[in-house]
Ligand binder design. Structure first.
Ligand SMILES: Nc1ncnc2c1ncn2[C@@H]1O[C@H](COP(=O)(O)OP(=O)(O)OP(=O)(O)O)[C@@H](O)[C@H]1O
Length: 515
């Protein structure tokens, strides 16, 4: 059964088949180096510091195949996964749209400029508009628009402003292939746009980006976010090549803490990749980009969000293929467990210099993911790390570590005690986290006092020195730059109707806490 098509190359890929259409030239470039579980306990007891004793053995030497890069070698050619086309999405016909009940902050008034801004709206607690912010620099670019560093004209505070072009969201994608009608994709894009604003407005966690305001004008939607000045983990990985196990464990703990919080709130993140992990000024990791996140709780307390899809069985095919769980790619129902698989891919990438499956295009990557039983884990990693990765990177969800269940509860007792090993111990007490103080991970104040393993160099926040010059050197133009006309398929609907409810101001207590 042909499930979905990602790009022009993928139209011939049969997902549930044997992936016979995978490019010959791109057959697996790595080989298996599996972990021998019987050695676990012995090695655990003798292990002092995995990084310090990590043997300088390459995959090549160990397996006779050519898996680069070698440990401590800078890989070349790391490429932004967001440069790939977004994956098409297929959702069951009964999946409901996000419906927002929030009233427009500007009372339904639309604006091309600041003309609608009344003096009262120029206060930090009131609704904001575009002219409140002065563009400083481009920080990044995504599928539907740019992210800019902006300065509040009234408070001089810096923010990251994510701009999404309404036209990009609303114009149907003629290239879409598959069972979904193009209008479904417009609906899905709208749903995701609202989901990002709605989900972020509900969250308060030290490792999740904060949303302070959102508004829209004739051409664009704007999310005014906390500026995270240390840049993307992607940027630091590109600089450093690979990271040591202790550093990786630190980031894994912070990401896990954020994912666990999201899952407890009923949200599946679905887009874990190095580009979406930012470092703050103290080197702590902050997740950004909730455009693909899904809130599975229908009927939340404030009536603000009704997605209808239960988190326990989501169906949308979504995400960045290199970090995407196989069950999603196979079009099967999936659960929060997909985020833990993605965490495994990200940890693998940080340690080895590339995610478990790479290739020239989506088709090759998908073919590898669907064909392989388990990703290859290099032998030079510590036994603890190999055990940890193997537990997260299980293709079969029923065999994957159920991290949400065993977060701080030990798993079933093994016949032979294997302390600190995945599945026999709680996630938090796994050997790889032996140096992590989990209580600190929960508290913003504690995180402020302690620095992470990579403390970004920041001489001037306005320079955005830790962001790729590919973006920061871009000409700024005006905040109200080129906007194409908006083509709304339903002529009875205006963009005002479609985006009604997008505007938002964080509560006074929230704003006061962070300003
Ligand atoms: N709060 C922030 N502080 C600093 N930089 C940010 C912030 N939010 C986003 N960025 C930068 O902008 C980039 C793009 O942001 P984001 O991923 O949210 O956009 P997107 O349109 O959803 O991208 P994509 O299409 O790749 O998913 C990020 O990778 C990051 O470099």
């Amino acid at each position: 059964m042909s499930i979905f098509t990602l790009d022009e190359d993928l139209s011939r890929l049969t997902v549930n088949g044997s992936c016979a259409l995978v490019d010959e030239e791109d057959v697996d470039d790595c080989d298996v180096t599996s972990y021998d579980g019987t050695e676990w306990h012995k090695n655990l007891l003798s292990s002092v510091e995995p990084q310090a004793i990590r043997p300088q053995i390459t995959m090549e030497a160990t397996t006779g195949t050519n898996l680069s890069p070698r440990p401590n070698e800078k890989p070349t050619g790391r490429r932004r996964s967001s440069l790939y086309d977004k994956m098409s999405v297929q959702t069951p016909p009964n999946a409901k749209r996000v419906v927002l009940a929030t009233e427009e902050c500007e009372n339904g008034k639309e604006s091309r400029s600041s003309s609608y801004c009344r003096p009262s709206s120029l206060k930090k607690h009131g609704p904001r508009c575009l002219d409140d912010f002065k563009p400083v620099r481009v920080l990044g670019r995504g599928a539907y628009g740019k992210v800019l560093l902006v300065k509040d004209q009234f408070t001089s505070r810096l923010y990251a402003m994510k701009q999404l072009k309404k036209a990009e969201i609303l114009i149907s994608d003629c290239d879409d292939v598959g069972d979904s009608k193009p209008t479904d994709n417009v609906d899905k894009r709208l749903e995701r746009t609202f989901a990002e604003r709605t989900i972020l407005s509900k969250l308060d966690h030290p490792n999740i980006v904060k949303l302070f305001y959102s508004f829209h004008d004739h051409h664009k939607l704007y999310l005014v976010l906390e500026f995270i000045p240390g840049g993307e983990l992607f940027y630091h990985l590109k600089e450093q090549g690979t990271l040591g196990e202790d550093t990786v464990a630190f980031y894994a703990a912070e990401i896990s803490s954020a994912l666990r919080f999201l899952h407890q709130t009923g949200i599946v993140y679905r887009d874990l990749k190095p580009e979406n992990c930012l470092l703050n000024e103290n080197g702590h990791l902050v997740l950004t980009d909730f455009g693909l996140s899904k809130n599975g709780h229908s009927g939340s307390a404030d009536g603000d969000d009704h997605t209808g899809e239960d988190v326990s069985t989501l169906h949308s095919i979504i995400g960045t293929p290199e970090y995407c769980a196989p069950e999603i790619l196979e079009g099967k129902p999936y659960t929060q467990s997909c985020d833990w698989y993605s965490l495994g891919c990200l940890i693998y990438d940080m340690l080895i210099g590339k995610p478990p499956y790479t290739g020239a295009n989506h088709k090759v990557i998908l073919g590898k993911i669907l064909r392989d039983k388990t990703p290859k884990i290099p032998s030079y990693l510590s036994d603890g790390m190999k055990d940890f990765l193997a537990a997260l990177l299980k293709k079969d969800v029923s065999k994957r570590w159920d991290v949400d269940k065993y977060w701080d509860t030990d798993g079933p007792k093994p016949r032979k005690k294997k302390a600190g090993q995945a599945k026999t111990t709680s996630f938090k007490s796994h050997f790889v986290f032996r140096k992590i103080n989990w209580d600190e991970r929960q508290l913003s104040q504690a995180q402020k006092l302690l620095c992470g393993p990579i403390v970004p160099v920041i001489t001037n926040w306005e320079l955005a020195e830790n962001f790729d010059t590919e973006f920061t050197d871009m000409p700024l133009g005006s905040l109200e730059d080129t906007a194409t006309g908006i083509d709304i398929r339903n002529p009875n609907m205006t963009h005002k109707d479609v985006f009604k409810g997008f505007s938002y101001v964080a509560s006074s207590s929230y704003l006061d806490r962070y300003f």
